[in-house]
Design a protein around this ligand. Structure first.
Ligand code: ZN
Length: 437
């Protein structure tokens, strides 16, 4: 542990920064409304660029609106000359050539929010990163690698879909044109917002996929686990995989009073039987989260046998084999006629389980241990920017508890002592990974 650095991580300065950031898009109930690319989101970014400049950092902006705040390391100038290995991944193949930017030890999160969001979701990760830089400055520490705080654009996805648009575009630039074409409810195009952002904040450009050595995202848990266990620091081992399915049965509508059960082609019955099998299966598989969240029945009349029925299935588990097993169960059931109904399955979405980098998790654990802070290894139930960045470079996440597990709510809260503790772990880990000059 670097004791001088730890003494320089200031709880008061962190609290003031969180407070200052929460004024952008502040709601009367104490929450924030800072939807992506709205005036409050952009003004918050301008504030962060100023704050970073005061800390001696430079800023860059990329084509999807991600903002990069960089504290130089001694490797920054030296790395411009050496050639990098030939690109091998498809990401490198589509990306513009690297600019010779020294790869940064990066942290960060997002500042956009839900319409009735809390002041910490995303924002704490940004503030923690800037406080770590302020502490490094105060301690007079020069690092080997540059340190970056990244403000990922459009994480929430409530104004422009998909969520984590900026992080996805950075990691997979081939998708940039399609992502820039996203529109909000009023028809406003995301790409036009980014163009306006560039006019308002004329910063040096950043090539997609470039300049990152690793990424560590600090975020509030948004769930109840750490609080219930009374553990201050969560080391996130990954994000569980998700599959969304839509299952439909097509039978024949008939009179409920005159049609004997044996003569029916009851679409609802065909669906219910599958649901029962799935619930039974889920009870045998620990950690499997299986949700039937939506059912459609037609014609939807009390005295008519349903001719059509459909339901959605949200499946989550860390082990892809368990998700495969569920999908197999559904597929086998639907491969033949059930109760005289034709069954179909449509896969709406599939996201693989992401395992965060074991070495980075160990670095976070070691920092927390040296600071005397207990940790808990946990999976994230929610999606984060880190989930996408993990496809590009070694990535990990650090959680602090959320009061009552509450988030996406103005009442979202974490005690400043816990936010400070998480920031101390982040600062030590960034230094550990960036090395000293
Ligand atoms: Zn968030």
């Amino acid at each position: 542990m670097h004791e001088l650095l730890d003494r320089c991580v200031s709880q008061l300065r962190l609290a003031r920064l969180i407070e200052a950031l929460s004024r952008f898009g502040a709601r009367e109930d104490g929450g924030v409304d800072r939807q992506a690319m709205g005036e409050a989101d952009i003004a918050a970014r301008e504030f962060l660029v100023d704050r970073a400049a005061a800390l001696g950092c430079t800023a860059m902006l990329d084509e999807s609106g991600n903002l990069f705040l960089r504290r130089a390391g001694v490797a920054a100038s030296a790395a411009a000359a050496p050639a990098r290995p030939a690109p091998s991944s498809s990401i490198d193949a589509v990306a513009p050539p690297l600019t010779g930017l020294a790869p940064a030890v990066a942290t960060g999160s997002h500042v956009d929010s839900q319409p009735a969001g809390g002041r910490l979701d995303g924002a704490w990760g940004i503030c923690a990163g800037l406080e770590a830089i302020a502490a490094l400055n105060e301690a007079g520490i020069v690092t080997r690698d540059p340190i970056e705080v990244i403000v990922w654009a459009n994480e929430e996805g409530c104004r422009f879909a998909p969520g984590s648009l900026g992080a996805q575009a950075f990691v997979e630039p081939a998708r940039l044109p399609a992502l820039l074409d996203a529109r909000d409810r009023d028809g406003v195009r995301y790409g036009d917002c980014v163009a306006a952002l560039h006019r308002r904040m004329p910063l040096p450009p950043r090539a997609p996929g470039s300049g990152l050595k690793l990424f560590i995202e600090a975020h509030i848990e948004q769930g109840p686990v750490l609080e219930q266990r009374e553990v201050p620091i969560g080391i996130v081992s990954g994000v569980q995989g998700v599959r969304w399915l839509r299952i439909a049965a097509q039978g024949q509508a008939a009179h409920a009073g005159t049609t004997p059960l044996a003569f029916r082609r009851d679409a609802m019955r065909a669906c219910v039987e599958l649901m029962q099998r799935l619930y039974g299966h889920a009870e045998q598989v620990p950690q499997l989260r299986l949700t039937v969240g939506s059912i459609d029945v037609a014609p939807g009349s009390i005295n008519t046998v349903p001719g059509d029925a459909a339901f959605t299935l949200d499946l989550r588990h860390a082990d892809a084999a368990q998700l495969d097993a569920c999908e197999r169960l559904v597929g086998e059931y639907c491969s033949s006629s059930r109760h005289g109904c034709r069954m179909t399955v449509e896969r709406l979405m599939a996201l693989p389980t992401t395992r965060f980098d074991a070495g980075l998790q160990q670095s976070l654990r070691a920092s927390a241990s040296e600071l005397g802070l207990p940790t808990l290894d946990m999976l994230s139930g929610a999606f984060h920017d880190a989930l996408h960045v993990a496809r590009l470079c070694p990535t990990a996440m650090l959680f602090v508890p959320s009061r009552d597990g509450l988030s996406h709510n103005p009442a979202e809260h974490t005690d400043i002592e816990l936010l400070h503790a998480g920031t101390r772990v982040l600062a030590q880990t960034l230094l550990r990974l960036a090395g000293t000059a």
